[in-house]
Ligand binder design. Structure first.
Ligand code: HEC
Ligand code: HEC
Ligand code: HEC
Ligand code: HEC
Ligand code: HEC
Ligand code: HEC
Ligand code: HEC
Ligand code: HEC
Length: 453
């Protein structure tokens, strides 16, 4: 081969190798801080995170020393934490022949205690743990991936610490098994009821609580639920109307992701793909435990129709924003806004990001007013309508669509003004006042950064 040819082949290879090395270096660097996840360097953990995410943050106290038997734990903790001992005594764990003692979950050495993660429960409950782990195959959203999803979300570091601490409380559904059967009763009956889910599944952008209780199913639960026998497993014939877990964890399957067609409703999917046909049939089979199969299929089709209509509206709004971007009419323009705290990538490659495919995090704050309008339309109005149609609550469908129409109109009107605006009248320092010197940005700069800053 001629030397010139060798050079032509070698240069791209060398460049790619260097880029890969730089990529690895960058990812490792950003993970090297006191926090956890992709943006570890940009935040420091709160003490409570040790409980929500024990693998990353828990350290046993050293104030009590000794290696104890299960009975020792109980007798001392009867005075240290009587509530915990009472709950344990009321639980199945204390009633079986071979009792499951404190040390079976926390260890026996008091200087080296651990807070049990799902893998500790899996020592005795491998079926549930395997099903739970299996969710990862279906991507997000899922319980098993919830901690990762929160820690690796840009808005987790974008926003002030005070606002984001609670993320991990809900997203700890991935890192401990006491979310639905609370410690230390660990009751299956408790987990079957809708109250077990709504601590996390309520409010925008996921009004599962509201839409379920507005539905025919939720109303029946409210009227009669007190008299149902909650010791029965969630199987055909055992309950007159379904609860959250009846539908999403049918037959006790610890897997909430395998039937999901619309996946949270934040992006458009093809509801008729072959993978989704399999999921749809699982839904129809489930509804058919109490309804006609054809009738049930129609209900799901109605959801597809509602989704199509919603996406028609959302894409109209996205087109308006893209048009504004193309004609340089988004203001403050992207280069006039400071980068997101902790987001190096964004500071290097600045661009507006519109909707799901262009990037969700961008839409939370540090955006122009019209982009924020779209965010509200997409994340709040749209998702309210989605959960209304998923859960059989027409009032949320109606309100969600009404709000989307209002948002779209607002976006249209603002866009017209922006296209027509006379740029010479715009105060060129305005963006500084809003974004660089704003109360929110200052607070964030002081409160969310790691020690490296
Ligand atoms: C002699 C009394 C005594 C015995 C025996 C004892 N503990 Fe404790 N335990 C305590 C006290 C006191 C604390 C609070 C320690 C602190 O906050 O510094 C505690 C705290 C804990 C905590 C909470 C740790 C945290 O970080 O929040 C767990 C879990 C725990 N004990 C489990 C056990 C287990 C399991 C056993 C048996 C192997 C056991 N304890 C035996 C006195 C005892
Ligand atoms: C079946 C497993 C299991 C058993 C048995 C168990 N625990 Fe726990 N315990 C947990 C889980 C799960 C948590 C929550 C961990 C977290 O927050 O990350 C916890 C948390 C705790 C905590 C700290 C949180 C709090 O609420 O104060 C203490 C203290 C504690 N356990 C004490 C005990 C004692 C004492 C016993 C025996 C009576 C016991 N545990 C038995 C699973 C268990
Ligand atoms: C050392 C073994 C062991 C460990 C570790 C263990 N369990 Fe259990 N668990 C049992 C046994 C045994 C039963 C009773 C099974 C039965 O009733 O047949 C049980 C029952 C249960 C039940 C059913 C209770 C009911 O109301 O019917 C739940 C829920 C449960 N465990 C959750 C957990 C969770 C969550 C963890 C981890 C924090 C855990 N267990 C850790 C052995 C264990
Ligand atoms: C401790 C908080 C918490 C509790 C309690 C909880 N969840 Fe979740 N759930 C989450 C989080 C967080 C996610 C989204 C995780 C992510 O980022 O992917 C989620 C996601 C889901 C999904 C979406 C799965 C998909 O693939 O679309 C379903 C369905 C679900 N949960 C059902 C339930 C049901 C049913 C219950 C009660 C039996 C329940 N959850 C209890 C926090 C919780
Ligand atoms: C009240 C409980 C709760 C809090 C607080 C919470 N989440 Fe969630 N989060 C959920 C639930 C529930 C879902 C799943 C919704 C669904 O599937 O309908 C979810 C979904 C998600 C998803 C998956 C969807 C996506 O966009 O990729 C991410 C990422 C996420 N949350 C990040 C966060 C971050 C970051 C915070 C803090 C700013 C946070 N969450 C606060 C409960 C919560
Ligand atoms: C999203 C809510 C939720 C989470 C998280 C959850 N469970 Fe459950 N669990 C349930 C429900 C609902 C039932 C009752 C199922 C039924 O009726 O068949 C249950 C029942 C159980 C049972 C009793 C099974 C039986 O047949 O009696 C065990 C054991 C159990 N769970 C262990 C676990 C373990 C281990 C984890 C963590 C990997 C976990 N659970 C996390 C909701 C949950
Ligand atoms: C009658 C059965 C039923 C009941 C009861 C029910 N859901 Fe749902 N849920 C659905 C269906 C159907 C969907 C749409 C799923 C899809 O698109 O595949 C859904 C969607 C969801 C999603 C979004 C997951 C996704 O795939 O987009 C979450 C989270 C959720 N439900 C949680 C709950 C919670 C929490 C409760 C109780 C407060 C509840 N559900 C009650 C049937 C039910
Ligand atoms: C455990 C039984 C059970 C299951 C499973 C169940 N439902 Fe229902 N559903 C009922 C009952 C009972 C009613 C109330 C009937 C009435 O009002 O006459 C109802 C009512 C409804 C209604 C309101 C109907 C109307 O005419 O107003 C809708 C919509 C609905 N269900 C959809 C579904 C869908 C979709 C599924 C599956 C995702 C499903 N249901 C699963 C028991 C069930």
């Amino acid at each position: 081969m001629k030397p010139a040819k060798v050079t032509i082949i070698c240069i791209p290879i060398l460049v790619s190798l260097t880029l890969i090395a730089v990529g690895f270096y960058y990812v490792n660097l950003s993970k090297s801080g006191e926090g956890a996840g992709l943006y570890s360097r940009d935040w420091t953990p709160e003490a409570i995170f040790a409980y929500w995410n024990p693998d990353d943050f828990y350290q046993s106290p050293k104030s009590v020393t000794g290696i104890f038997t299960g009975k020792d734990c109980i007798s001392c903790h009867q005075s240290v934490t009587p509530g915990i001992v009472n709950d344990w005594q009321a639980s199945r764990h204390s009633k079986v022949d071979k009792k499951v003692y404190c040390n079976d979950c926390h260890g026996s050495n008091h200087e080296d205690l651990h807070l049990p993660t799902p893998s500790v429960c899996s020592n005795c409950h491998s079926i549930q743990h395997t099903q739970f782990e299996n969710e990862k195959r279906y991507g997000f959203p899922s319980h098993a991936l919830a901690m990762q999803r929160a820690l690796n979300a840009k808005h987790f570091v974008d926003k002030p610490k005070a606002e984001v601490s609670a993320c991990l409380q809900c997203h700890s559904v991935a890192t401990k098994c006491d979310s639905c059967h609370s410690r230390h009763k660990f009751s299956a009956a408790e987990a079957r009821r809708p109250e077990a889910c709504i601590t996390c599944h309520s409010g925008p952008p996921h009004p599962d609580d509201e839409t379920y209780f507005n539905s025919a199913h939720g109303q029946l639960y409210l009227k009669e639920g007190e008299n149902w026998d909650w010791s029965k497993p969630l199987k055909k014939g055992n309950y007159p109307a379904p609860t959250c877990a009846y539908c999403h964890m049918n037959e006790g399957k610890h897997q909430v992701a395998d039937k999901s067609l619309w996946k949270f409703g934040i992006k458009q999917v093809n509801p008729l793909s072959s993978a989704n046909e399999i999921k749809r049939n699982q839904w129809i089979k489930l509804c058919s435990e109490c309804h006609q199969a054809d009738w049930s299929a129609q209900q799901l089709k109605a959801m597809d129709k509602e989704r199509k209509l919603a996406w028609n509206k959302l894409y109209k709004a996205e087109a308006i924003l893209k048009d504004l971007r193309a004609s340089n009419n988004i203001y403050p323009a992207i280069e006039q806004r400071p980068a997101y705290p902790g987001d190096t990538q964004h500071s290097l490659f600045k661009r507006e990001r519109i909707g799901f495919f262009e990037g969700q995090a961008s839409a939370f704050y540090n955006v122009s007013a019209i982009e924020r309008d779209y965010f509200e339309m997409w994340y709040f109005n749209n998702l309210a309508a989605y959960k209304g149609s998923a859960h059989g609550d027409p009032s949320f469908v109606k309100q969600g669509h009404k709000d989307m129409d209002i948002s779209l109109e607002k976006i249209k009107q603002k866009a017209e003004k922006l296209h027509a605006s006379d740029k010479t009248l715009i105060d060129s320092n305005m963006h500084n006042k809003i974004w660089l010197e704003g109360e929110y940005t200052d607070f964030n700069r002081v409160n969310n950064q790691g020690t490296s800053d």
